[in-house]
Design a protein around this ligand. Structure first.
Ligand SMILES: [Zn+2]
Length: 158
């Protein structure tokens, strides 16, 4: 869990950009429906580091409606499956930082981190966490994952 603590960058709420679109490459939005938004993290700890958030701008678990809670867990599961299919990690860290004291740089908008892990990746992740952004890498990963995320829409749109 050390990897997902304390290194989020503050700024405008990245989860609320392009609210009318089901995906947006510039904003790294892989998926959005009425309940959930999935982004590639612009400041990744590993290739394929995703953020899964409620579509509504809420900061605490207690603010979630049951429908949103269920959709979040469903899309955490989908996200793990899609990253596993394409990037073949050995495992994942999945976690939630609640409040800025816990390391959430975007504390006002609840979000889960999904960080793929590979055996022996510790040194790699130390290096990558010191690089603010690796745009080319991120765009390639975005293109790789987008199709499977967009195909979820066919199953989840009411
Ligand atoms: Zn927000």
């Amino acid at each position: 869990m050390d990897y997902i603590l304390g290194n989020e960058k503050p700024g405008d709420c990245i989860f609320d950009l392009q609210p009318e679109k089901s995906c947006a490459k510039k904003e790294l939005i892989l998926f959005r429906n009425n309940d959930v938004v999935v982004l590639l993290n612009r400041y990744p700890y590993a290739n394929g580091h995703l953020l899964v958030a409620p579509a509504r701008h809420v900061g605490d678990l207690s603010d979630l409606q049951p429908k949103e809670s269920a959709a979040l867990m469903e899309h955490i599961r989908h996200s793990v499956n899609i990253v596993r299919k394409h990037l073949k990690p050995d495992g994942f860290n999945v976690g939630l930082n609640l409040g800025s004291v816990a390391g959430a740089g975007l504390a006002d908008h609840l979000h889960f981190h999904i960080v793929p892990r590979w055996n022996g990746d510790h040194n790699f992740m130390t290096v990558i966490s010191e690089i603010s952004t690796i745009p080319q890498h991120i765009e390639q990963t975005f293109d790789m994952l987008l199709g499977d995320f967009q195909s979820l829409l066919e199953n989840t749109v009411p």
